[in-house]
Design a protein around this ligand. Structure first.
Ligand code: ADP
Length: 457
């Protein structure tokens, strides 16, 4: 099968979130299964390679356009989204299709991701419909987060080069505006999200962000495949950022990383204090509102917390207040720092994912590999992967709360801290975490099945 991965970001070239991890890792797993894959992405300013590869052999093609992509950010900067994102990503989508012709790559399937490449299926089924070269190509669209849809004013429609007849409720129009993701959902042969539970969630009013009606209509074509984790990037046994490398068989050495992290964070280096970590976007989706409220009472908990993230200014301020108030318990880093993220996953005892909603979530999968238990809300991919600790049956890999609330989170954190203090129980718990396998191979097999479905029609 000839597969094209069409993505606005991919590890190791450009990353703002989980989408980049998927677009970088899935091609490698597909290649291992003997499929032919290429990747197409924009050439941002930060991308220094050209004509590069992912792994040894997966070719990456960069769409170059200095006016659109030679900028510091991918989609925007501190001041907000770039005002010409409609032009930038419609250009990207169309150029990706043009490129296929240029390199004579007759794809069986073009796998698009999120709104940024949501126009690929639209163009393919309209402007390119009658071109023989493209005739047999099918599309799959993965929705990594339905909260981001690429919405633009109607007045920009002529820039898309599409017929005005497409500006209707069945296609690109959503409440008088242009919606890229909606176009992708309407025109793609197959739609999927990054976990089974989330694929159901987006068909509900509560979590569909307005797309639920259209998705329900296309129910037969909507699927959920859990993301895998790239164990070449995330493995404590070969992680160059750690104070001490370790594996599932030498989890005792994780303690050296805890001590190093406490030291780095300026927190009392005490083994007996449970250390909680958070790495992620500081956005409402990630549950920062309830986390911040719990942190205000951290003095009652006897725990330490290290937080790494960037995002909404209001959360920067609130978290900073808490960190200033409790310098011996909270350390806050308001930045993006991959190396530090690795040290947090390995150094903490418990990783926090109190998300309001979570399509898949990589943090919990990374944590497991590093022998770190997880506190999580029961939603989306977290519901599919984090199993609540059962002290009697000695099962589970984390601490789950069902009702999204400060009380729910607090209760789960307290249960985690309690379990931590029983050394025997804790060692067994983190051994179970480290023994889990969420590698890409299984997910890649499911994607191949999905591509075949799209091709069959
Ligand atoms: P999302 O894609 O919704 O942001 P995921 O959990 O799916 O969330 O993926 C987030 C990825 O980005 C993880 O690999 C996480 O470690 C990484 N990440 C997020 N914020 C930061 C940060 N401030 N510094 C380093 N890595 C980060």
């Amino acid at each position: 099968m000839k597969i094209v991965m069409c993505a606005s970001e991919a590890v190791p070239f450009a990353k703002t979130g989980g989408l980049a991890d998927v677009a970088g890792a899935l091609p490698l797993a597909l290649e291992k299964l003997k499929e032919e894959v290429i990747v197409i992405m924009p050439k941002y300013k930060s991308v220094s390679h050209s004509g590069a590869t992912i792994g040894k052999d997966v070719k990456v093609y960069f769409i170059e356009n200095n006016k659109y992509f030679n900028r510091p950010g991918l989609y925007g900067e501190k001041t907000g989204d770039y005002p010409d994102n409609l032009e930038r990503f419609s250009y990207f989508s169309k150029s990706a299709l043009e490129l296929l012709k240029k390199i004579d790559y007759k794809a069986d399937i073009i796998h698009c991701h999120d709104w940024q490449s949501g126009l690929v299926p639209v163009y393919l089924k309209t402007l390119y419909k009658d071109k023989p070269f493209y005739k047999k190509m099918k599309t799959a669209l993965t929705i990594h987060n339905i909260g981001y849809q690429g919405v633009f004013g109607k007045e920009e429609f002529p820039k898309l080069g599409l017929d005005w007849s497409l500006f209707n409720m069945e296609a690109l129009e959503y409440y008088g505006k242009i919606n890229f993701l909606k176009g992708g959902i309407a025109f793609s042969d197959i739609i999927n999200t990054v976990s089974p539970t989330y694929s159901q969630a987006i068909m509900t009013r509560e979590q569909g962000f307005g797309m639920d009606g259209l998705l329900r209509k296309r129910r037969e074509s909507v699927f959920g495949i859990l993301n895998g984790l790239d164990y070449d990037l995330w493995d404590p046994a070969k992680d160059k950022f750690l104070a001490k490398k370790y594996s599932a068989d030498s989890l005792k050495d994780k303690l050296a990383n805890k001590a190093a992290l406490q030291k780095e964070c300026g927190l009392p280096a005490e083994e007996e204090i449970p250390l909680f970590g958070f790495v992620g976007r500081l956005a409402e989706q990630k549950g920062i509102d309830i986390l911040e409220k719990v942190l205000r009472r951290i003095y009652q908990l006897g725990i330490q917390v290290v937080i790494l993230g960037t995002g909404d200014q209001e959360y920067h301020v609130l978290l900073e207040e808490a960190a200033v108030k409790y310098p011996r318990q909270i350390r806050l880093y308001l930045k993006f720092d991959d190396a530090l993220a690795h040290r947090i996953y390995s150094g903490c005892d418990v990783f926090l994912m109190p998300s309001r909603y979570e399509p898949c979530g990589l943090g919990q999968l990374i944590s497991f590999k590093y022998g770190t238990a997880v506190v999580a809300s029961k939603t989306g991919g977290l519901a599919d992967t984090v199993v609540d600790f059962d002290p009697i049956g000695q099962q589970g890999n984390g601490f789950v709360f069902e009702n999204y609330s400060r009380e729910g989170l607090l209760e789960a954190m307290l249960r985690a801290a309690l379990a931590f203090h029983d050394k025997k129980i804790w060692d067994a718990l983190i051994a179970r975490c480290a023994g889990l396998d969420f590698s890409w191979q299984e997910s890649a097999k499911r994607y191949i099945e999905l591509y075949k479905k799209a091709i069959k029609g």
